[in-house]
Design a protein around this ligand. Structure first.
Ligand SMILES: [Zn+2]
Length: 426
């Protein structure tokens, strides 16, 4: 009797559920493919009601114990064939964004990142044949592997970065099938290609990103000039993202301000720019930088801080890294190079500039004493001078600056990483 009653009750419930299903086929299910668990729901009932396989429902929601779901829990409802709806897939997959290049489809983007085209199509809600415009964001899984290399004419393999942070330096690596007259442009400036091998087939170039360059997508043009003088080049989009830079106001004392007339400031800038716009033939910098000052003296003002000065024309951001240290503290060369400037300047004080080759220069300002002279070859760890408070400085410190093709970039990046990777062995 009891059993018959419960069976009857069960039939009644099923009938009721069917009825509800017929009247409100998408009861509690929203457009994004979600379903909110109601009192009395079971996974089996939900699966049956919505016409999806029970195991697909369990898999889509990564449910460990199918007997335990709670009221109010939002379930992802897979499609009838078990595949996930687009929105639900994006909601359950940690995703990132990459940028399409000229001529890309979702399938070519998938190929570049070694992804399943069907997955990329699903994440972006479009067929994998969909054409994309350069710079168009494409949703990909968060843990994508770096792009596979691409080719262009006699350039057999090209590795470009997809994203660089303001004030930091990216690299592009080029492998060619024969020695080429390579060309490259970034943010209106030509790139300097540096050989990685003696056969002329492997090169790289630094991509120095100005600390004030507006975040956005910029074209990185890479190519070569053929023996007939024809330019073969293509642009790859690189996303410049915002750096973690603070803001600071610098008040200059009146006696220092009096010396820093616009003429003096401009003449000094022309002097140093004239030095670091040179390109000497050999890159001497091969290993990560050594610290230019003992670890006992931490950063007092980092690279990139946006600044306003009470003196005009000094600049609008901090072009180097400051380490506060007592006057007389030793300053070391971080990498090999040739001293190309060692003289007193009005703004920079007693200043030393080292040429590391191929358009890479480092600068050391405000010294109390310089221990090198122009033309000297220095090795990493050689003493350049002593910390001081000369020039436009409000206390004894070392200002350390890195210029790549004239652009001030964060020198601290290269305490952690080598200037380039040896791609000739891959
Ligand atoms: Zn500084």
């Amino acid at each position: 009797m009891e059993r018959r009653n419960s069976l009857a009750a069960g039939r009644f419930l099923i009938a009721l559920l069917l009825c509800l299903t017929l009247v409100h086929p998408l009861h509690a299910q929203d457009a994004a493919g979600g379903y909110t668990v109601a009192p009395g729901d079971t996974l089996g009932a939900i699966a049956a009601r919505l016409g999806v396989p029970l195991d697909a429902l369990i898999a889509a929601n990564a449910i460990e114990d199918p007997n335990r779901i709670r009221v109010g829990q939002v379930l992802i409802i897979p499609n009838a064939d078990g595949s996930l709806p687009v929105a639900a897939l994006a909601a359950t997959t940690a995703t990132g964004v990459v940028r399409a290049a000229a001529g890309d489809t979702l399938a070519t983007v998938a190929a570049r990142y070694r992804l399943d085209p069907a997955l990329v199509a699903e994440l972006n809600g479009a067929p994998d044949t969909r054409r994309l415009f350069p710079g168009q964001p494409v949703t990909v899984p968060a843990d994508v592997t770096p792009p596979a290399t691409v080719s262009l004419g006699a350039i057999a393999a090209l590795e470009t970065p997809t994203e660089i942070i303001q004030g930091r330096t990216g690299r592009v690596y080029v492998t060619s099938s024969r020695p080429l007259n390579l060309i490259g442009r970034w943010n209106g400036q030509p790139l300097t290609f540096i050989p990685l091998s003696d056969d002329g087939l492997h090169h790289f170039a630094f991509i120095p990103v100005d600390a004030l360059l507006e975040p956005g997508v910029y074209p990185l043009e890479i190519g070569y000039i053929t023996t007939r003088g024809v330019e073969i080049a293509r642009a790859w989009p690189v996303t410049v993202s915002a750096g973690p830079y603070d803001y600071q106001e610098i008040v200059v004392s009146q006696d220092k301000a009096d010396v820093l007339t616009p003429d003096v400031v401009v003449a000094e800038r022309e002097r140093v720019v004239g030095i670091w716009s040179q390109i000497s033939p050999e890159l001497q910098w091969r290993d990560a930088f050594q610290r230019p000052i003992s670890v006992d003296y931490p950063t007092t003002s980092p690279f990139g801080t946006r600044r306003t000065y009470s003196v005009a024309d000094i600049g609008n951001f901090h072009a180097g890294q400051d380490f506060g240290a007592p006057e007389g503290t030793l300053i070391f060369a971080p990498a090999p190079g040739i001293v190309v400037l060692a003289e007193p300047l009005a703004v920079r004080g007693n200043a030393v500039i080292i040429d590391h080759g191929r358009g890479v220069f480092s600068g050391y300002w405000h010294m109390s004493e310089m221990k090198v002279t122009p033309g000297m070859q220095v090795a990493a760890g050689d003493v350049l001078g002593l910390v001081g408070n000369t020039g436009l400085s409000t206390g004894a410190h070392l200002h350390w600056e890195l210029r790549i093709n004239g652009v001030a970039v964060d020198p601290m990046q290269f305490l952690d990483e080598a200037p380039f990777e040896d791609k000739t062995k891959e």
